[in-house]
Each structure stands twice: as C-alpha cells, then as structure tokens.
Ligand binder design. Structure first.
Ligand code: SF4
Length: 384
C-alpha cells in the first residue's frame, strides 16, 4: 500500500506539532506518544513477511518438547542463563550514551532508545518522553521498594537494553514472566523484541492449554520459566507486526500458531488460520475476534470474558486516562477499525483487562470499560 504523507495530515499527530485529529484528542493533556506511529510504521511494513532478526542469546533449543511429543515427559526446566548484574542477555545500557535530559541520579536511558514507549507504559511514574526518546523523568525513590523494581521491570522489557544504572546495580532476581494479578495465571513476558518495535507479549497458564499472545524475543530467561509452567500450546498472533520470535517459541514448545489469513504472510509457519470477521472459539473460554483496521488481519483474543489481548487495535492511555486507538498507526482502514471496535462492543462480551502490544495496559470495571469502548468508537467516527 502506497502512502503519501500529504494525504495523512495527522501522520505525526501523537508526537509532533502537526494537526491532531485523533479521535477528538486534539486538546491537552499532551497526546500519547507511541513513536512507532510515525517512525516505525514504514519499517514494520517493509519487514512484514521477512525473517526476524537473529536470536539475542545464541541459545538453541532442541526440536520438539511440546505437549504430545515424546520429549514432553522428560522435559526439564532450563536454567536461566541471563546474567543478573544489570545486563539483559549480555547487553547493557551505555553510560557514554546517557541522554542529557535524564533526571539526575543513578538510573538513565541511553540514546539508543527507539521510543517504543514500553518503559513509559510499564512505569509511567519514572519514565517520560523527550523529543523522540525516553528518559528517566524521576529517579526511583529508594524508600519505595516497588519503584526500583518498576525501573528494573522497564529495563528488562526494553527492546534495546537502553535502561540501566551508572553504578551497575544488580538486578533483583527474575522479573519476568510477571503475573499481572495474583492467581490470574496471566503474565507480562517483558523482553520485548526490537523486531516488533517493543510490543508487549503475554503468557497465560491454564490447565487446559497454555497460551502465548504475540511474541517476546526468544531467550532462555523466558523459555525456561515457561517450560516450568507447562510450555506453550497455542501462540495467538494479533497481527502481522508482532510476530517477532513466534516461530522459535513454536518450534521449542511444539505449539500451534494462530493468525488471520489477511496477515498470514508474516507467519507462514502458522498452523491455524482465521478468516472473515466471525468469532472463532479456539479452546473453551478463549475466543478470537477479528478486528480489521490497524491491519487487515488484526485480531483480538478474549479469554474468559476477562482478559482482552488487543495487539495494536485498542489500548489504554495514561495521559488521557481513557481507552485509545492509534489513528496515525492505522495501516489498513480507520473506518474499518471503528466498525470492528463497535462490533466488539456490541458483541455482548465484557472484559476487565485490556492487554495491548503497544500502549498501556489497564484493569477496570467491565461495565466502565465497555462504556469507554463505545465512547471511543464515537470519537473515532468523528475523527474519520
Ligand atoms: S523501552 Fe527502551 S526503547 Fe522503548 S521507549 Fe523505553 S528506553 Fe526507549
């Protein structure tokens, strides 16, 4: 699809001084700033269907080992190989590239940051945006133990390993997979992949079938704990941009891989292909709902009428304190995306969590989220 910026007046509407027509979000507070809207879009499209980058860790796992394979019974939990001294997979934030706008103190973001926004979504109280980069907005308060862990969690999620400490603090143990709510069995994977521009991925542990929604980068630091929790049965791809290392996870765990036919080119290894806009039950309690708009083959996955995995079709905005969709990052059709979200709202489903690829995650009362979704659709139509 050919793009002409002159036909897209709000191409940079989340980030720069251009017109801001996004879903009637033209007024303060300052707009959300997922830089993938304007910097990564073309690159993501260019990469679509191409092989991902080489593995980060160099660790190779044997074939098979998933449920139903001969290796299953003897599968062992791999030792976590990521080091614990403030590095991730051997990479470190680089003090010599420390961004000058970081708040004074030990923690810093270096200028290799690609502005995916993940750290600002994981720890919005600590990280902020400055001219196309993230910086430490406020140093973690040592008296508040959770703040340091929050900073570490952001560091471990960062796809470019740009977050670190001048003093080379030691990471406080394993941080991911991180259960988003006690006893939920739903985990933030962290370890975002640069190939998906830092999109979040989610692991779900259930007795019937474990799930991976989109893909983090492949690392033993995740594959080991996942194996210990029973491996992965289904990989659910929300759309073509967030495939990342899904093939490696599928190979490692013998998992089935789901994607919509319209985005299938990005995951030719998929075993199960969704089509049309009808809902599909994948396993009891798990429904795939096609939502064409962000891409033609975008899908959201609703688990137990509680957890909605949305890819880049729907997210929370900390700045606006509301649900949002990314007008400037809509690669297929904004009106179609509004139609899709309207269908989702009208479908009788409810959800208490919105767990996106890009943008912030949120937990709220299901009726409130439903009302907010309906209001978002109205704003999207006004902005069409
Ligand atoms: S997670 Fe890393 S790459 Fe993404 S905005 Fe933060 S510092 Fe930049």
């Amino acid at each position: 699809m050919t793009r002409h910026r002159s036909h897209r007046p709000n191409w940079r509407s989340f980030t720069a001084g251009g017109r801001k027509t996004n879903a009637r979000m033209a007024t303060p507070p300052r707009p959300h700033k997922p830089a993938f809207v304007y910097r990564w879009g073309a690159e993501k499209e260019r990469r679509n269907g191409q092989a991902g980058p080489p593995a980060q860790t160099g660790v190779r796992f044997p074939l098979g080992g998933g449920k139903g394979t001969p290796e299953w019974a003897g599968r062992v939990v791999e030792a976590e190989t990521a080091v614990t001294d403030g590095t991730v997979g051997g990479a470190m934030a680089r003090p010599e590239l420390r961004h000058p706008k970081n708040a004074d103190g030990d923690w810093f973001v270096d200028t290799r940051c690609i502005d995916c926004g993940t750290c600002r979504d994981v720890a919005p109280h600590l990280f902020g945006a400055v001219a196309g980069r993230s910086v430490v907005r406020r140093q973690p308060d040592p008296a508040a133990a959770t703040e340091t862990v929050d900073a570490w969690r952001a560091a471990q999620a960062c796809p470019t390993t740009s977050i670190g400490t001048l003093s080379r603090q030691r990471r406080p143990g394993r941080l991911y997979p991180f259960e988003i709510e006690p006893e939920s069995g739903v985990f933030d994977c962290g370890y975002c992949s640069e190939d998906s521009f830092g999109a979040s991925a989610w692991f779900v542990q259930r007795p019937s079938a474990n799930l991976l929604v989109d893909s983090p980068r492949f690392t033993a630091a995740l594959a080991g704990p996942m194996a210990g929790m029973g491996g992965i049965d289904h990989i659910l791809l929300t759309h073509r941009d967030d495939v990342a290392d899904a093939a490696r996870y599928a190979e490692r765990f013998g998992a089935r891989v789901w994607i919509h036919e319209s985005d299938r080119r990005a995951a030719p290894f998929a075993t199960d292909v969704l089509s049309g806009t009808a809902e599909t039950e994948i396993v009891p309690g798990l429904v795939a709902v096609p939502v064409p708009g962000h891409t033609r083959g975008s899908v959201v996955y609703l688990l137990e009428d509680r957890f909605l995995f949305t890819g880049d079709s729907l997210a929370w905005s900390h700045e606006r304190h509301d649900l949002t969709a990314f007008r400037g990052a809509c690669w297929y059709s904004w009106p179609a995306q509004a139609d899709s979200l309207e269908r989702l709202a009208a479908g009788g489903h409810r959800f208490a969590w919105v767990l996106p690829g890009h943008g912030a995650r949120v937990q709220a009362d299901p009726e409130e989220l439903h009302d907010r979704l309906e209001c978002l659709v109205d704003r999207m139509r006004d902005a069409a």
